[in-house]
Design a binder for this molecule. Structure first.
Ligand code: HGY
Ligand code: MN
Ligand code: MN
Ligand code: MN
Length: 414
């Protein structure tokens, strides 16, 4: 049997073929993907993934949040599994690789272990986490949050999408409300391969991102309430214009983010005014704020500044204001031992690498609460993601998966 230190590599063309086959499920309108969580397209993608796992000799399990675990036995039946995975659900205008590379790269690692006849001591489990994106059902990373014990199962089931459909009902509808209690499986370690979703690695010509930390996130949902009125006959001074109030708070979000630059970011992704008629002063506005920072104190300051500033705007304009926090996770430091194995693997394989903080949230951020976790990044073109033009090269996909293979070998033991 080959030694892990050998120059073992995965089968890059098999990996790329699987990525392209998965990309055909839930196609977007511009060449990307729209495979939103718990839609029929998500179900189809899950079933394809599960067929591949069975073909690779893995045994499948589905937990009560619909997360799929595909297990490859180790030599020690009592050893806890090394879990490797990510998510197959996408944004409504998502790319082919966000999350998908982590799931299919993990499957490629198992396929390679099969090819090489390597039997690890710890079992290896490939994981597809339910609803990582959080775009259809907020919050993001909802299944790994339940797995980490930071969100209740019933609370997760009760989350509703824009049409009012509940997460739990949709899970049942697509046939993925499993029997296995969430958290019954406790990993020995967890690795997640993911595209960077930012421009650093490509700009610097670096193959591998050794992810040391993930930044913290705060998602707020803001509702401003004024009064619908005629846009022609209502004097400017008599208006309670929630649409205008929203515009001022959107500007405030940008000012707060810039005030805490360069490591803080902020945006308003969704903005709806009601009744949304061209000749009615909007009496209501509902919008979402996404603040992020690697520094918890900064994240707290940003949220406080937003609450104070939005209250002043609402007060001055005579508008009602409500702010709901719909997603919150603090900055995470990944496990230094596993991070070291990622770095050593890149080194051994001759890939250029640099430490990096993840701008995006990942399931690894929650898993890190209950088991040692680490992440591997590969570059993406123009740092673009959450955009149908998201692109990576086969070489980048292979490099990241090679590193994942070696990190698994170093952790699962042979
Ligand atoms: O929002 C995020 O960071 C992730 O893509 N769900
Ligand atoms: Mn992702
Ligand atoms: Mn994403
Ligand atoms: Mn993720």
């Amino acid at each position: 049997m080959p030694a892990p230190t050998d120059n073992l590599r995965i089968d890059g063309s098999r990996l790329w073929d699987s990525l392209m086959d998965m990309a055909r499920i839930g196609p977007g309108v511009r060449g990307g993907n729209n495979r939103q969580a718990l839609t029929d397209a998500d179900r189809e993608g899950r079933l394809l993934f599960m067929r591949w796992c069975e073909a690779a000799g893995l045994t499948l399990g589905v937990d009560t949040m619909g997360t799929v675990f595909a297990r490859r036995e180790g030599t020690d039946p009592d050893a806890a599994p090394v879990m490797i995975g990510s998510h197959l659900d996408t944004q409504p205008t998502g790319g082919k690789f966000d999350g998908v590379l982590g799931v299919l790269g993990a499957l490629e690692v198992v396929r390679t272990l099969n090819d090489l006849g390597i039997r690890t001591r710890h079992p290896v489990e490939v994981v597809n986490w339910t609803n990582e994106e959080g775009s259809r059902f907020a919050p993001a990373m909802v299944a790994s949050a339940v797995f980490a014990g930071v969100l209740g199962l019933e609370e997760a089931y009760a989350r509703r999408d824009a049409e009012g459909l509940a997460l739990g009902a949709e899970l049942e509808r697509i046939g993925f409300k499993g029997e296995e209690p969430v958290g019954q499986r406790r990993p020995h370690a967890y690795f997640e391969l993911h595209i960077e979703q930012g421009p650093i690695l490509e700009d610097e010509g670096v193959d591998i991102g050794v992810v040391t930390h993930g930044q913290g996130v705060r998602w707020l949902e803001v509702t401003l309430t004024g009064r619908d009125a005629h846009t022609g006959s209502t004097p400017m001074g008599r208006r309670l214009n929630a649409g205008l109030g929203a515009a001022r708070v959107v500007e405030l979000v940008d000012q707060i983010a810039w005030a805490h630059a360069p490591h803080a970011v902020g945006a308003v992704g969704q903005l709806n005014v009601y009744p949304n008629s061209r000749n009615i002063v909007a009496g209501k506005a509902v919008f979402t704020i996404d603040f992020r920072s690697p520094d918890l104190a900064v994240l707290t300051a940003m949220t406080d500044e937003l609450r104070t500033g939005a209250a002043a705007i609402a007060e001055k304009m005579g508008l009602g204001l409500s702010i709901e926090e719909v997603n919150a996770f603090d900055p995470v430091a990944f496990d230094p031992v596993l991070v070291g194995r990622v770095r050593e693997a890149a080194e051994r394989l001759g890939y250029s690498h640099r430490d990096i903080v993840s701008g995006a949230g990942h399931d690894a951020c929650w898993v890190n609460k209950v088991a040692p976790a680490a992440m591997i990044f590969c570059p993406c073109v123009d740092g673009l993601s959450h955009n149908e033009d998201e692109t990576i090269t086969p070489e980048w996909a292979s490099a990241g998966t090679d590193v994942l293979l070696h990190a698994v070998l170093a952790t699962a033991g042979v």
